[in-house]
Design a protein around this ligand. Structure first.
Ligand SMILES: [Fe+2]
Ligand SMILES: [Fe+2]
Length: 137
């Protein structure tokens, strides 16, 4: 499977559905980055649409991951869930800011830099520790 331009390393996690979610979020980031690079009359509404879908994807992904962690009594569950919730709040704040100000530089910084960097760190640390417990599913 090809790595994303962000260098996502697929070897970090083992659960297929979770790994597909991780690939999917990087695909969505790539797609948004492309929309951000392409001025058009529809650009603002496309950014809103794709960004909302990305937030929903991430909410669904975290809930799948948390269900697996609970099922397998993973260590560090509460801290991991807390971090998921923090990032959902952060995504929601970035989305609200975009919808209020349509500030393309702010949204680009968040979606092309801050969020993918967080994802890489999170997958390589918290998810890596948690997901081997889900291997049997
Ligand atoms: Fe996670
Ligand atoms: Fe994850």
């Amino acid at each position: 499977m090809p790595n994303s331009p962000f260098g996502h390393d697929t070897a970090h996690t083992v659960h297929t559905a979770i790994e597909e979610d991780h690939q999917e979020v990087f695909r969505r980031i790539d797609q948004l980055e492309q929309v951000l690079r392409t001025p058009s009359p529809e650009q603002e509404s496309l950014i809103s649409l794709h960004f909302q879908a990305l937030v929903q994807h991430q909410v669904d992904h975290f809930s799948r991951e948390e269900e697996l962690m609970q099922t397998h009594s993973c260590p560090n569950y509460l801290r991991h869930r807390q971090e998921h919730r923090r990032v959902i709040r952060e995504l929601q704040t970035a989305l609200d800011h975009w919808q209020q100000y349509t500030d393309i530089d702010a949204i680009r910084t968040y979606l092309v830099d801050v969020f993918p960097n967080w994802l890489h760190r999170h997958i390589a640390t918290m998810d890596k520790v948690a997901l081997p417990y889900s291997k049997v599913l």
